[in-house]
Design a binder for this molecule. Sequence first.
Ligand code: ATP
Ligand code: MG
Length: 463
Amino acid sequence: MSKLLIIDDNDTMREGMVAIVKKLGLECDEAKDGNSGVNLVKKNDYHLVVTDYRMEGLNGIEVLKQVKNQSPKTEVMVITAYGSIELAVEAMKYGAVDFITKPFSHDEFKIKVQRILDRVNEKRELTRISDENIYLREKLDEQFNFGEIIGNSKLMKDVYRTIQKVASADSSVLIYGESGTGKELVARAIHKMSSRKNKPFIRVNCGALAETLLESELFGHEKGAFSGAIKRKKGRFELAQQGSIFLDEIGDISLNMQTKLLRVLQEREFERVGGEETIQADVRILAATNKHLAEQVEEGKFREDLYYRLFIIPIYLPALRDRKDDIPLLVNHFLKKLAADLKKTPIQICQAALEKLGEYNWPGNVRELENVLERVLVLCENQQIDVFDLPILTRSNSAKIPSDVVDRRNFNLNDTLYDIEKQLIQRAMNETGGNKSRAAKLLGIKTSLLYYKLEKYNLLDKK
Ligand SMILES: Nc1ncnc2c1ncn2[C@@H]1O[C@H](COP(=O)(O)OP(=O)(O)OP(=O)(O)O)[C@@H](O)[C@H]1O
Ligand SMILES: [Mg+2]
């Protein structure tokens, strides 16, 4: 039977919670302060400890740390006051399984406790099974070895370490980084390494769907919910039950949908569009974005509370230009893989060509590298890729930030941006022979703005 410990210095609150837990038929101890609570944890094996945050003596976070230290498999839920989201985030960072905000109803408390215990029992069962077969599990871990993700750089090793750490937890993960850096690969890796690996991994491209479509895509709909809804349809959250859902391009969803998602993240439940039945979502949420979510929050385009909920475990994927030492490994990997896909015999690449690939700054990251190699492989008739097989890169290379600007030791953002802008404008003017409307087009700005900038940088007479 599951055993709980409730720590709260407010007698009415504590006794209320204990009564609810006992009504559920569970064993429950109680403590009036953090210290005596922690002492009880030393003597008993609790499945779940519920602790208030604000108490005399140890506060809830300190209790959480000590409990996790004593007994890592004991879950902890922290009770926080309304409006203290940072505290809740901090609690989650220190390993709390969840938090509950005061004031809460009996039902809210009951549902949270039940849900946590369901997961704890499942986890304990899994650990029991795998403890019996620990050898087998180690072998499987070895085999996985980040198989599809290539990269040996320090930055990628940090990514692997985080994946390994978070895979077994059930917390939401936010994977962010530029386009083509491998965010989807990482999401799949987390799923494959989690206890949900034999259940579905469902991807939703949030950016590709209009709001109403996205809602029915995520949550499903009942027959007749809207014109065209000729029968009940399960949404992706339902399809992903017991597995993981990958919300790709999450930075693109509307504020309205953000509110709906927040509810699933917080309450783990939803309704189908046009439906009344509440469905429990036992789904792990993995999200990805190539947008600066923090900036979107500042601009009021992304809900702050959803951002914090997602940002509990962030994984940043570095741009390829920041880990160029991975390029040779990636090139070898893609040459083999693409040759097999294209049914060609694998070919080599000469050192000079490899160096040339290293000079480019890869705005499209690994995806761009893969695409370039595919083109090269299709066109190359020799047994070895030479520098002249890579003509495509020379032009795009000009998009690289001028090295004299970034290499100098001046870190002042305004000065640096000023210099970069000036140089880009000069270059656009040179490229177009001083034709201002063409230069403006090249720069993606209006001609009137270009005039203004030419004046600002004192470039008007120079071409
Ligand atoms: N580290 C890597 N090792 C091997 N292949 C990679 C790596 N990173 C990316 N790729 C490959 O590059 C392509 C793009 O990766 P992915 O779709 O995961 O990028 P993304 O970050 O999700 O990009 P976007 O933001 O544009 O959706 C895929 O074909 C993927 O297999
Ligand atoms: Mg992607």
